[in-house]
Design a protein around this ligand. Structure first.
Ligand code: NAP
Length: 251
């Protein structure tokens, strides 16, 4: 049974691994046996330490995925570390909040560049490498706003709808070639990304009351879903968006 979920000998590339959900996913994949290459815009020492505490191996790559050409360069550097990537987790993401009428072009492009363009480019670049190996698992991090509109976050919502579409598009093309492409849609998770919402007492209380499990999620809550979608256990799962939301979408 263990071998179905084992990631022993696998190399996983996780973007946005410095903190929050990417850090939790990195530790989870390491627990299951994967060697992790983590990406952030600055040092990832905290994640390295947490991965090593569970007996894992961690490599750090610094990359600003908002920059032109960054995804292509990152893919090359990551593949060069161990000569292969078995699992890609497109997790890096940002959010900008403002009334739609005041939402600037600058914020729009910043969010779309990181959350959408970089996800497409990394799927294409690392996916091409996986196609050569006839094997690979891609996990894109979607959102409840891959389904819903959200409030005052038009670029974020557009980008997360795009992540859902990209996941299905790549899955259709690569499913028969040994590469599975799926997504995890986290619900409301306690990280830096959602700090402003949790600081708003009224909004926090409303959101918490709508979550059937009665609490916000944590980065650790994503580990099981990530291990499943990265492992042989999900070999016949493709183009799926797995909600990890404490029941939010059912309420
Ligand atoms: P977070 O705590 O703000 O962490 C964001 C991560 O993305 C950091 O590691 C950050 O690296 C990295 N990142 C940001 N801009 C980058 C760039 N230009 N280049 C490379 N890396 C960059 O956010 P989070 O809550 O963990 O979110 C992770 C993912 O889950 C995002 O895609 C987010 O949209 C999604 N999500 C979150 C929630 C939630 O409730 N928190 C719900 C649904 C989906 P640095 O530390 O170097 O800046």
């Amino acid at each position: 049974m263990d071998s179905l979920f084992s990631l022993n000998g696998k190399v996983a590339l996780v973007t946005g691994a410095s903190r929050g959900l990417g850090q939790g996913i990195s530790v989870g994949l390491a627990k299951a046996g994967a060697e992790v290459i983590g990406v952030g815009t600055r040092t990832l020492q905290d994640t390295k330490q947490k991965v090593e505490e569970v007996g894992g191996t961690f490599h750090e790559l610094i990359s600003d995925l908002s920059e032109k050409g960054a995804a292509e360069k990152l893919a090359g550097e990551a593949i060069a570390i161990r000569g292969r990537i078995d699992v890609l987790v497109n997790n890096a993401g940002i959010i900008r909040r403002s009334d739609a009428k005041d939402f600037s072009n600058e914020d729009w492009f910043e969010v779309i560049d990181v959350n959408q363009h970089a996800v497409f480019q990394l799927c294409r670049e690392v996916g091409t490498h996986m196609l050569e190996n006839k094997s690979g698992k891609i996990i894109n991090i979607a959102s409840m706003l891959s389904y819903q509109g959200g409030l005052k976050v038009p670029a974020y919502t557009a980008s997360k709808h795009a992540v859902a579409g990209l996941t299905k598009s790549f899955a259709n093309e690569w499913g028969s070639k040994g590469v599975n492409v799926n997504a995890i849609a986290p619900g409301y998770m306690a990280t830096d990304n959602t700090a402003p919402i949790r600081e708003n007492e009224e909004r926090n209380a409303y959101i918490t009351s709508r979550i059937p499990q009665g609490r916000w999620g944590t980065p650790d809550d994503l580990q099981g879903a990530a291990i499943f979608l990265a492992s042989d256990a999900s070999d016949y799962v493709n183009g799926h968006i797995l909600n990890v939301d404490g029941g939010w979408m059912s309420s």
